[in-house]
Write a protein that binds this ligand. Structure first.
Ligand code: ZN
Length: 449
């Protein structure tokens, strides 16, 4: 095929990817489909997920042993010391190839005298490579976290991926550049071709993603195949082109800054600095109801006899409910975030310590906290797509306690008090509405209030 060489080789690439139609692909996007694999494909999926576990555990085990031995040798006064291992993804990949192909002393020994993983040829080799990359990343997260250079909750040493405990999953990459024949592609509206695995039937409408690929507006980087709630799901991860400029900057956006208060009764309440209430998003009660079902399913599982049929039934029901709750949470969060992108040019959110909140053991709080965290996450990732300016108010800004009428501040305000009544100016206003107005007015100079 003739190439105009619009996209340079992947390894040399520094800027964003450019598609064969000249689109700059800057937006990380994932499309998800449920798969309908044949019996043989199901077996291959399960084997591949198993191979991923083997490869991941191999690296983690190797590093753990190396660290333990070096720890023991640390106190020796003299003598040879064990050198450290390289934890880079590329060295993991090379080591994995040598190990599985039987080129190392540590390679597995087979009954027929050969060395190496005898079943390695059944599995797409990319499964091993991606698992090596994942193991390297997990170890990097741990060491960064230990050194204090990683944000968020502390990350422990990677745990071994035990069968039955981790979600069966594996990843395959699309090695082709834009314009070349893609190794992961739709062969027709209902079939996705995966390297080494072949054509797999896909459920659900694929028109949009196929159209985007056809126009060069989406490029697939990888496909992750995961068994969730008894069903194999494929996530196509890639990069997409920017939206059309009219979608990026709608004309009828709210003229002033909008404050978004995320709460435990309404998921989000949006108001502006003039005190106008713009939108209220419910949905928390629905999440709570789904969660109650989840708790009941958990109890059923706990009471079931280990190894019984009832137990496996209870377990699959619990998995399904977990999936449903997560879906609902995402759905409600999308309602909020897409409204914000369409209607606001500039928003202020309060700073939620989500990592700390998820540890909250009070159930009602835990549910809304997770939903609030998801709303924030979506607003942050969508904002650059739509050119929305997002500001995060200082963590110590008491948006709920300040009166939006006169600026007086209450010393305390219980979570159960749903209406804000000011003692100074007689303002009576919904608690979340009040907080939204305060957030809309927030500027960095207000830190000390
Ligand atoms: Zn007041």
């Amino acid at each position: 095929m003739e190439t105009t060489d619009q996209a340079p080789a992947k390894s040399r690439r520094t800027g964003p990817l450019v598609s064969s139609t000249g689109q700059v692909l800057v937006r990380p996007v994932t499309f998800q489909f449920a798969l309908d694999p044949t019996v043989d494909q199901r077996v291959l999926f399960a084997k591949s997920a198993g191979a991923r576990r083997v490869a991941f555990n191999h690296h983690v085990g190797r590093v753990k042993e190396n660290l333990d031995r070096r720890e023991r040798e640390k106190d020796l006064p003299y003598g040879p010391r064990l050198p450290g291992l390289s934890w880079s993804a590329i060295s993991f990949i090379n080591e994995m190839n040598a190990w599985k192909n039987g080129q190392l002393d540590s390679s597995p020994q087979n009954d027929d005298g050969t060395r190496g993983l005898h079943w390695r040829h059944e599995i797409p080799s990319d499964v091993f490579e991606c698992a090596s990359v994942d193991a390297a990343q997990a170890l990097a997260n741990w060491s960064d976290s230990k050194r204090g250079t990683r944000k968020g909750v502390p990350v422990g040493f990677p745990r071994f991926a035990a069968k039955g405990r981790v979600t069966p999953s594996f990843r395959l990459r699309n090695r082709a550049n834009p314009g070349e024949t893609q190794s992961i592609r739709f062969t027709d509206p209902t079939h996705l071709r995966l390297p080494k695995i072949g054509e797999v039937k896909v459920f659900g409408p694929t028109r949009r993603v196929r159209r985007m690929i056809g126009l060069g507006r989406f490029h697939i980087h990888s496909a992750t195949i995961t068994l969730r709630g008894g069903r194999w799901i494929c996530s196509l991860n890639g990069v997409a082109a920017k939206f059309h400029h009219e979608r990026r900057r709608p004309k009828d956006r709210h003229a002033t800054t909008v404050g978004i208060d995320r709460g435990i009764t309404a998921l989000a309440v949006c108001a502006d600095a003039q005190g106008q209430l713009l939108a209220v998003f419910e949905g928390v009660n629905e999440l709570r109801h789904a969660h109650e079902q989840l708790v009941r399913a958990q109890k059923t599982l706990a009471r079931a006899t280990p190894g019984s049929k009832g137990r496996s039934r209870a377990k699959s029901r619990l998995n399904k409910l977990h999936r449903r709750v997560a879906n609902q949470r995402r759905h409600h969060a999308h309602q909020v975030s897409s409204w914000v992108m369409k209607n606001c040019g500039s928003v202020v959110l309060e700073d939620l310590n989500v990592a700390g909140m998820v540890k909250n053991h009070h159930l009602a709080r835990a549910i809304s906290d997770a939903a609030m965290g998801e709303v924030g996450r979506q607003i942050h990732y969508k904002a650059p797509w739509y050119g929305v300016n997002v500001t995060v108010a200082d963590r110590f800004f008491a948006s709920s306690k300040i009166c939006s009428g006169c600026g007086a501040k209450k010393d305390r305000l219980d979570l159960s008090t749903r209406v804000y009544a000011c003692e100074h100016c007689d303002l009576v206003i919904d608690r979340d509405h009040n907080a939204g107005v305060n957030l809309a007015r927030w500027t960095p100079a207000l830190v000390s209030t």
